[in-house]
Design a protein around this ligand. Structure first.
Ligand code: GLU
Length: 332
């Protein structure tokens, strides 16, 4: 085989369980973010039949420690790789806890012509039936597939292809934890073949944000509703400097009268509020039980609280106007 004719893929590694190691194969305790990207690549010898793979270590953390500074650095590095004429696509390895936030951030800020695939693992590299090597192989398979172009950022684990916009982690431990509850999955790796269920739909017209020189994003906090939730946390976040608030509401982004009043006060103080839901799936629509038009709230549409926070952080780079933020949420 002429190796130089194979597509070029760069793996950007950030840590997580996929790079984790325990002292014995059946030990459930382990340390995440231990293996270097070169070790990850070496753990999947058959990669060399699919692509010319190189690696860059962008971070080495569990994804509970990933934040906007990591997202911005990852986007910068991915942009550099994707701009190389010879690069066919990029694969990002990541902890699974906040994988959906990083994948969604990249989806919103990177061009979507060349494939960008985010993956992770639920079992450490040293564990019995480790899922990381298979997930890396499948991610590279997807990244070299022509049908992966123009779909935005994809997430590949457990032989399933998800859109970053649709996917969420649903289980603390199972390898099948990633699901796309409302929008459905994009495809699967079936008997080693990448299969997309639908043609790529064109992305909505969007201008990509200028992230040049940024090392942080506007502070957005998530406030949870539950039976008897205390509304004074809303003002506390405003006093701490929150520039936006996401409600992880009950049901259709709902909250008690007192909490709704506190959120309306935040809006009056110039702090945009997005209503999302703790329900785990479903679309938060405007003006059902809550008068969004009157109170100046934004409905999160299909975005869960964690992704709504990412989208609000990005929207706040341009505007604090509720109607313009709403457009962003209804056109992801
Ligand atoms: N908390 C770790 C992380 O998100 C482990 C979870 C995982 O990677 O599966 O990096």
């Amino acid at each position: 085989m002429d190796v130089s004719s194979l597509p070029q893929i760069t793996i950007l590694a950030t840590g997580g369980t996929i790079a984790g190691r325990g002292s014995t194969p059946d030990q459930s305790a382990y340390t995440s973010a231990t293996l270097h990207v070169e070790e990850l690549i070496a753990s999947v010898p058959s990669l060399s039949e699919l692509a010319q793979v190189d690696g860059e270590q962008v971070a080495q953390v569990g994804s509970q420690d990933v934040g906007p500074a990591h997202w911005l650095e990852l986007a910068r590095r991915a942009r550099v790789c994707l701009a190389r004429e010879g690069t066919a696509g990029v694969v990002v390895t990541h902890g699974t806890d906040t994988l959906e936030e990083t994948a969604f951030f990249l989806d919103q800020v990177l061009p979507s012509d060349k494939p960008i695939v985010v993956t992770g693992a639920m079992r450490p590299a040293s564990g019995l039936s480790a899922d990381g090597p298979r997930n890396i192989l499948d991610s590279v398979r997807v990244a070299v597939h022509p049908g992966a172009r123009g779909r935005g950022v994809l997430v590949v684990l457990d032989e399933i292809i998800h859109s970053a916009r649709a996917v969420t982690k649903t289980n603390t431990a199972r390898v099948s934890t990633f699901q796309s509850p409302d929008m459905g999955t994009a495809g699967a790796i079936i008997a080693g073949r990448t299969t997309f269920y639908r043609k790529a739909t064109p992305r909505p017209e969007r201008s990509l944000p200028n992230l040049e020189g940024l090392t942080s994003l506007p502070r957005v906090e998530i406030v949870s509703a539950c039976a008897g939730a205390q509304p004074d946390v809303v003002q506390a976040y405003v006093d701490l400097g929150a520039q936006g608030i996401v409600l992880a509401g009950v049901g259709n982004g709902n909250a008690s009268k007192e909490m709704v009043a506190a959120l309306a006060e935040a809006v009056s103080a110039g702090v945009p509020v997005v209503r999302s839901t703790r329900a785990g799936s479903g679309f938060v629509a405007r003006n059902l039980e809550i008068d969004d038009d009157g109170l100046g709230f934004v409905a999160a549409g299909p975005m869960n609280p964690a992704k709504a926070r990412v989208l609000l952080q990005l929207a706040l780079l341009d505007t604090t106007e509720a109607s313009r933020i709403q457009e962003r949420f209804f056109s992801v």
